[in-house]
Design a protein around this ligand. Structure first.
Ligand SMILES: Cc1ncc(COP(=O)(O)O)c(C=O)c1O
Length: 476
């Protein structure tokens, strides 16, 4: 099926990106070679419209080019990890310099201590740091340290937040538990971050058992700073450790993260994504008495096998992180982020108001990111309508999945391109509200990453299906 089989309404500007030949060929082969077709489920084919890129060939600044040569303004930037820009020269220069010296050695690379010094110098309250390649490694390390420090078994986290780790302590609480022993489910407890009293109830239900609370410091919708401060107070009262995950908010909501301005004093903080501008760099920072449990100098103390990986200190990724720190300390990166975000949010709001659909395409903007919640004609949150919005944005040269995050390299022309594409897409959206997303969407609706089954199953649970009404089985 191609775009020609589902004509757009006459009053809508035509799509400009229409050739997905190489993308189709890529999709046809990749699942025969790579399970999932990607190395992050949120990058998979089931998260994108059929009329969209299957793979990216290259990026520069705030733009990327797909395998067909189509150009897009990038709104998601490698799951938020590129906050300066693709192929950002000052970072590349630092990486090249380190690459010429070698990538890895039999003893630590000297740059490890240099970066440790520099990162800790800008991170209030942090006395120790460990490096890693993935965010899950550091969130899981924080959980392990908290368990060792408190001699308690449970970790608590907000169930309404999107993601904390691909390790069992987290995934056991999702719908996708195949391959995880049942017992793992008992090792974590969850609460609602918008209702701190639900965390209070957890501490009451599990006295002396919760080792730590791990949470992002910010919300996607309806940020209430007092709620996270209350979470910290409850955690302290429960004598558990307070762990902040700044994987997404770090180097975006503030520098180095959101917590200093929120007046929070976490015991440990996890970092990643923007801290490496796309290079594989993550870190765990925190109190000396907690992180030193993973050290080798504490005579007589029980050892914690903390983070021990061949590539955790990969020298050129650390060089990238050093260069990122310099950029944030010498340029107004966050000022530019905020300017771009405000301009995109204003343009999006103008578009939904002009088309009379502000209650169906909800724009939730903070100073540093924008989330668009897509509702159907009845006001229900709809993956089908969101996929239609993605299709129309990508068809007009904007790689957008409902979330906008800025990068320092985004230009005013990028803002104008995003807003123009959003305006045209909102027109299609309005037409679809009277009919159905199926009228204009080519291919399937995107599906939740966490689901029990891949395709249609009679056994599937009665969770609302994003493919309704096409899939009568209500498949998840
Ligand atoms: C808040 C948060 N924590 C942890 C992770 C895991 O990071 P990684 O994908 O680098 O393992 C993510 C990934 O999206 C995240 O958003």
């Amino acid at each position: 099926m191609d775009s020609q089989t589902k004509p757009l309404p006459n009053d809508v500007p035509a799509r400009t990106v229409t050739n997905f030949t190489a993308s189709r060929a890529y999709r046809a082969e990749v699942h025969q070679r790579i399970p999932g077709g990607a190395h992050t489920y949120s990058r998979g084919d089931d998260q994108f419209p059929e009329l969209g890129p299957a793979a990216i060939a290259r990026g520069l600044g705030g733009r990327v080019w797909d395998v067909d040569g189509n150009e897009y303004i990038d709104c998601a930037l490698a799951l938020g990890s590129v906050a300066l820009g693709h192929a950002y020269e000052p970072v590349l220069a630092a990486v090249r310099e380190q690459l010429a010296l070698g990538a890895a050695f039999q003893r630590p690379a000297a740059i490890e201590l240099e970066l440790a010094r520099e990162f800790l110098a800008v991170t209030p309250g942090a006395e120790r740091i460990k490096f890693a390649k993935n965010g899950s490694t550091v969130t899981t390390a924080a959980v392990k340290l908290a368990r060792a420090f408190t001699s308690r078994p449970l970790v608590a986290f907000p169930k309404n937040h999107p993601f904390y780790s691909y390790d069992d302590w987290y995934i056991a609480q999702t719908l996708t538990t195949n391959g995880i022993p049942q017992e793992a489910k008992r090792l974590a407890v969850t609460y609602d971050s918008t209702k701190p009293e639900t965390l209070e109830a957890l501490f009451a239900a599990h006295p002396g058992e919760i080792a730590c609370v791990i949470t992002e410091p910010t919300e996607y919708v309806g940020q209430r700073d007092e709620a996270i401060r209350e979470v910290q107070r409850i955690t302290r009262r429960g004598a558990a450790l307070f762990v902040l995950d700044e994987m997404v908010s770090g180097f975006r909501a503030g520098f180095p993260g959101a917590y200093p301005a929120l007046g929070l004093e976490p015991d440990m903080v996890t970092w990643g994504k923007a801290a490496g501008n796309g290079f594989s760099f993550c870190a765990l920072t925190g109190r000396a008495d907690v992180l030193d449990l993973g050290g080798i100098k504490q005579a007589g103390a029980p050892r914690v096998f903390l983070i021990s990986t061949t590539h955790g200190g990969e020298a050129h990724a650390l060089a990238a992180a050093r260069a990122v720190l310099v950029e944030y300390q010498t340029k107004d990166i966050l000022g530019q982020h905020r300017r771009i975000t405000a301009a995109v949010a204003a343009g999006m709001r103008r578009a939904v108001a002009a088309h009379g659909i502000a209650d169906k395409l909800e724009i939730h903007a903070s100073s540093w990111r924008i989330l668009v919640v897509c509702r159907d004609g009845e006001g229900k949150v709809s993956h089908g309508m969101r996929t239609l919005l993605m299709q129309e944005m990508m068809g007009r040269g904007v790689l957008f999945q409902g979330l906008f995050l800025p990068c320092y390299s985004h230009t005013d022309a990028d803002v104008a391109g995003i807003v123009a594409a959003f305006d045209a897409s909102a027109q299609v959206y309005r037409h679809a509200l009277d009919r159905n997303f199926d009228t204009y969407l080519v291919g399937d609706a995107a599906r939740p990453v966490f689901r029990r089954y891949n395709g249609c199953k009679e056994l599937c649970p009665s969770v609302p299906c994003p493919n309704e009404p096409r899939c009568r089985n209500g498949s998840q």
